[in-house]
Design a protein around this ligand. Structure first.
Ligand code: SF4
Length: 334
């Protein structure tokens, strides 16, 4: 039975969007996500089984969750990913996925059977050499072909682009140009500080800098500011005559926490009430004892901070001593 209060935090924000990381593994090694020396992988017995993922997801859906995003690491490398997607697809929620796109051809039918209509693909460069440099792998063509494959199969495709200064900030207009003839939504993401990603403010491409490039290239009447959906993390734009659109996700310079409706479940069954929160609530032991996880969910949400896991001001947010206590991105799933 829906119990909206159970999904509310102390600031009245309702949390109807659950992001589930189903794997800590990945077939890429993106420098801003996977620390140089990799991460200490959680031993298998401490990871959620497919049944446990479904049990926890069902509990959240009964409480009122309306949207579930499957993430990783790279979710599609998990051996039973198809089974998990098909079963989540039966929960009657808006099911979406974030993937690096490499294994997509093996999942088209599964995505359709699971009712997935929107797929987010992580791609930070349209330049093969740069793509290979940042991912430390050679999959550029495959990823680009699979973006076209998804579009051809009628999926809505969103491209997640983490911008970094002196790396791909000179491709902002190329990505916007991509939306002229491709019905994709390009999402420019401000580079965020996490454990092991060598974050530094000097690498940040800000919301204002992205807008500046856009306004320098396009006339005012060509740029449309689209209406943002409620709880949207992105500020949405479109070039009037273009097929696609683009958006900016500015957690660093323009946080959007007042309307946050997101809660995260890590691959080892821990709840994170915020992407930047260092405190987590383990669910698996309680679940495996056959006890209710509802009190843990409520306690976790009631302890949620108003902004960025308690790192309200920039000094706190950009303090390596603080953000290094958090997980690395690969172990959160974005
Ligand atoms: S920083 Fe935390 S509170 Fe703010 S929008 Fe992101 S997840 Fe929500």
């Amino acid at each position: 039975m829906e119990n909206k209060a159970a999904l509310q935090d102390a600031f009245g924000r309702g949390h109807d969007y659950l992001r589930i990381s189903i794997s800590e593994h990945c077939n890429l090694r993106c420098t801003y996500c996977m620390p140089e020396d990799g991460i200490h992988l959680t031993p298998k017995p401490q990871l959620m089984t497919a049944d446990e993922i479904l049990q926890i997801a069902e509990t959240f859906v009964q409480l009122g969750v309306k949207k579930i995003r499957v993430t990783g690491g790279e979710p599609l490398v998990r051996k039973d990913a198809k089974d998990i997607l098909l079963r989540l697809g039966k929960l009657g929620v808006n099911l979406t996925i974030t993937t690096n796109g490499i294994l997509v051809p093996n999942f088209i039918d599964t995505f359709k059977a699971a009712g997935i209509k929107t797929v987010n693909i992580s791609i930070d460069s349209l330049d093969k050499a740069k793509f290979n440099r940042i991912t430390r792998r050679d999959y550029f063509e495959a990823v680009f072909e699979n973006i076209n494959l998804l579009l051809g199969e009628g999926f809505q495709v969103k491209l997640n682009v983490v911008l970094m200064k002196h790396f791909n900030d000179n491709e902002i207009l190329d990505f916007i140009a991509l939306t002229e003839f491709k019905k994709v939504q390009v999402r420019f993401i401000e580079f965020m500080p996490f454990n092991g990603n060598d974050w530094d403010k000097s690498k940040l491409v800000t919301y204002a800098e992205i807008l500046h490039q856009m306004e320098t290239e396009f006339a005012v009447n060509e740029i449309q500011r689209l209406e943002d959906a409620p709880n949207d993390t992105a500020k949405n734009f479109k070039i009037a005559s273009y097929l696609g659109s683009f958006a900016i996700i500015s957690s660093v310079t323009n946080p959007f926490c007042s309307t946050c409706n997101r809660i995260r479940l890590t691959a080892d069954g821990k709840l994170k009430n915020c992407l930047f929160s260092n405190s987590e609530t383990p669910l698996l032991e309680t679940l495996r004892r056959g006890e209710s996880i509802l009190p843990l969910i409520q306690q976790n949400l009631r302890s949620k901070k108003p902004v960025r896991g308690g790192m309200e001001d920039d000094a706190q947010f950009q303090n390596p001593e603080l953000f290094s206590q958090n997980r690395s991105m690969i172990a959160i799933g974005g």
